[in-house]
Design a protein around this ligand. Structure first.
Ligand code: NDP
Length: 240
C-alpha cells in the first residue's frame, strides 16, 4: 500500500510542488494549510490531494490534526515540514510579536509535527522526515534575524533528531532552498530581487519543482543511508 505523506503548507508555493512530486512518486499525499481557502480548494480540485487546515505553530492543533489524518487516511510515514512565514525588519524595528510568530511557525512547527508522528514512525520502524530550511538560515540575511534564527535552528534540530531515529530507520534531513520564485519572494522589491539574481551563479531564481525534486529524493524508501544531512538547492549561491 502507498505510504502516506503529509506536507505542511502543501497547497501552494514550494509545498504544492512537493505534494505533487510525492504523489507522482507513488505516495498518498495530504497537504495542510493555514487559512487560504481559495488556494486549498483550487489545489484539491486540480490534483485530488486533500487539504487539512490547522495552525502548525499550535502544538495541540498539530497533535489533533495528525490523529485525524491518521484515522482518515492512514499512518503518516513521510512528513515534510514546509510551512513557513517571514516578518522582515531590522532588529531596531522588529517587535516581539514578529520574532515569536516567525520562530513559532518556522521552528516550533518542526517540534510540534515531529512530536506528533515520532512514536508511530519509530514503532513501525520506518519514517522519512524532511524539514525545509533556507539559505538565509545558513548564511544569515539583513533584516531577518527572526527568520535566519528559525531556519538555522531547523538545521540543528535536524541533525539532533536524526541521531534519535537512526536505529529505527527513521531518517531526518533538511533541504535548504535558495531564492525560489513563489509569493514569498515576489514580495521582495524588484530592485532588491535583481541584485539577488545577479548573485546566483546559475543566473535565475529557483523553481518550486527544483526543491520538490530534492525532497522526493530524500524521502524515497531507498534513501535509507541518508540522515542528518542538509541538501542545499540554491543555484550555487551559497556553497559549503
Ligand atoms: P508561501 O508563502 O508561498 O507558502 C507558505 C505556506 O505555508 C502556505 O501553504 C501557508 O498556508 C503555510 N503556512 C504559513 N503559516 C502557517 C501556519 N501557521 N500553519 C499552517 N500553515 C502555514 O511560501 P514558500 O512556498 O515560498 O515557502 C515554503 C517554505 O520554503 C517555507 O518554509 C520557506 O521559509 C522556505 N523557503 C522559501 C524560499 C523562497 O525563496 N520562496 C527560500 C528558502 C526557504 P496558507 O496558504 O493557508 O497561508
Amino acid at each position: 500500500m502507498a505510504r502516506v505523506a503529509l506536507v505542511t503548507g502543501g497547497q501552494r508555493g514550494i509545498g504544492a510542488a512537493i505534494s505533487e512530486g510525492l504523489k507522482a512518486a507513488g505516495r498518498t499525499v495530504v497537504a495542510s494549510y493555514a487559512g487560504n481557502e481559495a488556494a486549498a480548494q483550487a489545489f484539491t480540485e486540480q490534483t485530488g490531494i486533500p487539504c487539512y487546515k490547522f495552525d502548525v505553530s499550535n502544538f495541540t492543533a498539530c497533535t489533533e490534526a495528525v490523529e485525524r489524518i491518521e484515522a482518515e487516511v492512514g499512518p503518516i510515514e513521510v512528513l515534510v515540514n514546509n510551512a513557513g512565514i517571514t516578518r522582515d525588519a531590522m532588529l531596531r524595528k522588529m517587535n516581539r510579536t514578529m520574532w515569536d510568530e516567525v520562530i513559532d511557525t518556522n521552528l516550533g512547527s518542526c517540534y510540534n509535527m515531529c512530536k506528533a508522528v515520532w512514536d508511530g514512525m519509530n514503532a513501525r520502524k520506518f519514517g522519512r522526515i524532511v524539514n525545509i530550511g533556507s539559505i538565509n538560515g545558513q548564511a544569515g540575511q539583513l533584516g531577518q534575524v527572526n527568520y535566519a534564527a528559525a531556519k538555522s535552528g531547523i538545521h540543528g534540530f535536524t541533525k539532533a533528531l536524526a541521531q534519535e531515529g537512526a536505529r529505527n530507520q527513521v531518517t531526518v534531513n533538511a533541504v535548504a532552498p535558495g531564492y525560489v520564485d513563489t509569493e514569498m519572494v515576489r514580495a521582495v522589491p524588484p530592485d532588491v530581487l535583481q541584485k539577488i539574481i545577479a548573485r546566483i551563479p546559475i543566473g535565475r531564481l529557483g523553481r518550486a519543482e527544483d526543491i520538490a525534486r530534492g525532497v522526493v529524493f530524500l524521502t524515497a524508501d531507498e534513501a535509507d543511508f541518508i540522515t542528518g544531512s542538509t541538501l542545499s538547492i540554491n543555484g550555487g549561491q551559497h556553497m559549503y
